[in-house]
Design a protein around this ligand. Structure first.
Ligand SMILES: NC(=O)c1ccc[n+]([C@@H]2O[C@H](COP(=O)([O-])OP(=O)(O)OC[C@H]3O[C@@H](n4cnc5c(N)ncnc54)[C@H](OP(=O)(O)O)[C@@H]3O)[C@@H](O)[C@H]2O)c1
Length: 306
């Protein structure tokens, strides 16, 4: 009897249960730049990276947590760790962080854009952008673009965007990127930001063909982290009692990220979306290249890149 096959849009339900790959490769002497390492997925990623001897530049916003983490990583694993403080809802901070990194580090082997957030109500950044769109998409887009030449000079090098199955909620409307005309919902706002990140990834992937730089995206699992803890009491109670019990240990996210950025099997793989370490087809709307080209240009404009 033929085996029942889930449709593409639901295959993630199967992929989340599949055994995930791990890498035994070391990253001795390599430099990894990562955002959002103070908590959850990013925290687990830096533990794996440090354990396997990568040096780290962490772009974080919380000074105290960053200092504690830096001390722990340095003393436990004997690697070099640098902290750059930046609030990714402020694109000036992103530029300042990139400037410092370019001035300080002649080589960057890996860039991981991990920081992300989810809110139930639309809020706006100083520059007037919807905050989730700015933090999840525009800041990662800008940082990638600003560090791209250095990544090329350091090739072979890799970029990993921590995306989400949440891109399937869509919500992206090119005429209303900042939710001024539509009713905002957390899932749709989050979906819009992650869709924009995927759409621009295909464009960047094309632009860096044959440069020795790769760019991929991944869903880091359905794991227990602090995401959403900035929301109101009702949301936090719902998350704590209804969602958290269904979520896994974020250690799997760290191990999977490590596999994607370190394993030799991934060296020439670019332009793919992974559920943890399983390659997966993103939602149809996130594969619309015409829309992608438009979002790429708009993202350049909104981040002040020409
Ligand atoms: N958890 C999941 O199941 C899941 C599923 C799919 C995708 N993801 C993705 O995984 C990534 C990490 O999320 P997480 O679940 O690990 O959440 P988390 O525990 O809340 O960690 C988010 C990280 O991003 C940082 N961050 C948030 N807003 C920032 C800002 N404006 N400026 C600078 N840093 C900022 C946080 O810094 P602070 O410590 O200062 O708050 C923290 O380090 C996100 O991109 C998320 O969309 C997570």
């Amino acid at each position: 009897m033929a085996r029942f096959q889930l449709p593409d849009e639901l295959i993630f339900l199967e992929n989340r249960k599949r055994p995930q790959k791990q890498s035994t490769a070391l990253m001795t002497g390599k430099l990894v730049v990562i955002t959002g390492a103070t908590s959850g997925v990013g925290y687990q990623a830096v533990q794996q990276l440090a354990k396997n001897q990568a040096n780290l530049v962490m772009i974080n916003r919380n000074a105290e947590r960053s200092a504690l983490l830096k001390n722990q990583l340095q003393s436990e694993y004997g690697i070099k760790v640098d902290v750059v403080l930046a609030d990714l809802s402020d694109l000036h901070d992103v530029r300042r962080a990139a400037e410092y990194i370019l001035k300080t580090y002649p080589r960057i082997n890996v860039l991981i854009n991990c920081a992300g957030m989810h809110v139930t109500r639309a809020t706006y950044t100083e520059q007037g952008y919807e905050t989730v769109f700015c933090v999840n998409h525009l800041s990662s887009f800008l940082l990638t673009e600003l560090l791209l030449e250095r990544l090329k000079e350091s090739a072979p090098s890799r970029i990993l965007q921590i995306n989400s199955e949440g891109h399937r909620f869509n919500g992206l409307d090119i005429d209303d990127l900042h939710w001024k005309k539509r009713f905002y919902t957390g899932l749709r706002g989050y979906g819009a930001s992650k869709t924009a990140q995927l759409l621009t990834l295909w464009e960047t992937n094309e632009a860096i063909r044959d440069t020795g730089v790769t760019i991929n995206a991944m869903h880091p699992g359905d794991v227990k982290t602090n995401i959403g803890s900035n929301n109101g009491l009702i949301y936090r109670l719902f998350r704590r009692f209804m969602i958290n019990p269904l979520l896994g240990d974020p250690k799997i996210s760290g191990e999977s990220i490590y596999y994607l950025v370190a394993d030799p099997a991934m060296e020439n793989v670019s332009g793919k979306f992974y559920h943890l370490t399983v390659e997966e087809k993103p939602a149809k709307h996130a594969l619309d290249r015409q829309l992608g080209k438009a979002i790429y240009l708009i993202s350049k404009e909104l981040t002040g890149l020409k």
